[in-house]
Design a protein around this ligand. Structure first.
Ligand code: NAD
Length: 297
């Protein structure tokens, strides 16, 4: 199988790189953190000395980095000057649409292939190879990217041209933030009205209030045994991560002129909860702020 360079082996990237190894690819890994790199080597990847070293001679490059500024810097500084012509780049980081389009255009202008391919699903899905990829890029580049992404995911969806994957991701997560807050408010009101939470779940999950936030990720302990609410709100998907995506959505709304008042409110509420000490808890823990039981440690 082809050599794949993998840059960014943090919480998500480590599991994704391990799944590429399992699928039979030779993975050349690099991360600024020696610990992250050592972890990837334990999973069968080969350690590269630098991004330049990882990228040289690779048929494809996967990046899983924190934010747009890292993606811009890594591609311009180390990837473009060292990759062979025609190399496929897959940026799986969650970043702003403008950065995805900027890096994608620069790649294509220099004779490379590029897709933005952010993911839905957290650390557990990255480790299990069950991520959902939302992909932006030309049809021909999507066709080359799809088999690589299949080794790391259960659903690979083509959203449109470059940047469309990031657009789909931030719109989806803005909706998730809004429905989670709404679900928490409904449970908090039910509690004040003396309505048993299990009873409210049983009714609303079969009525028009049903949503993914209620029936796949219920924010109160009890109705769904596996959710973070049952484990002291250990993430899961951390409040800080949700806030990052809501900020990206608001930046995009401002830049495009879209009206997203509930998205703005969700961002403000998650920023408040983060400032109160909820930053590293699962995003469903905002329930505790809304029902008045929140106490920072
Ligand atoms: P992380 O911080 O754990 O990992 C990022 C890694 O990139 C770190 O190991 C860091 O050392 C490395 N890095 C930073 N700059 C670098 C550089 N210049 N060269 C090489 N390595 C560099 O983050 P994560 O949780 O793995 O998230 C990665 C991306 O995936 C983010 O964009 C995040 O929003 C997105 N995401 C995360 C989750 C989640 O649940 N963690 C879910 C969906 C999407």
């Amino acid at each position: 199988m082809a050599i794949i360079a993998f840059i960014g082996l943090g919480n998500m990237g480590s599991g994704m790189a391990a799944n590429l190894v399992k699928a039979g690819h030779e993975v050349r890994a690099f991360d600024l953190s020696a610990t992250a790199l050592a972890h990837a080597v334990e999973s069968g990847a080969k350690a590269a000395k630098s991004t330049a070293d990882a990228v040289s001679g690779a048929a494809a490059v996967v990046t899983m980095l924190p934010a747009g500024k890292h993606v811009r810097a890594v591609y311009a500084g180390d990837v473009f000057p060292n990759a062979a012509p025609g190399t496929l780049f897959l940026d799986c980081s969650t970043i702003d649409v403008d950065s995805a389009r900027f890096v994608g255009k620069a790649a294509v202008d220099q004779g490379f292939r590029f897709v933005d391919a952010p993911v839905s699903g957290g650390v557990a899905a990255a480790a299990a190879g069950t991520l959902t990829f939302m992909v932006g890029g030309a049809e021909a580049d999507f066709a080359v990217a799809e088999p690589i992404l299949q080794a790391m995911g259960k659903a690979i969806l083509h959203a449109g041209d470059t940047g469309a994957g990031q657009a789909a991701k931030i719109c989806n997560n803005m909706l998730l933030g809004i429905t989670m807050i709404g679900t928490c408010e409904a449970f908090a009101l039910a509690e004040k009205l003396g309505l048993d939470q299990q009873k409210f779940f049983d009714i609303s999950s079969k009525a028009s209030g049903q949503s993914w936030s209620m029936t796949s990720y219920c924010p109160v302990a009890g109705p769904m045994p596996g959710t973070p609410a049952n484990h002291d709100y250990k993430p899961g998907f951390a409040t800080g991560m949700m806030l990052k995506d809501l900020k990206l959505a608001q930046d995009a709304a401002q830049a495009s002129g879209a009206s997203t008042p509930l998205g703005a409110q969700a961002e403000a509420l998650y920023a408040m909860f983060g400032n109160l000490g909820g930053q590293d808890l699962d995003f469903s823990a905002i329930y505790k702020m809304l029902n008045g039981s929140w106490k920072a440690d």
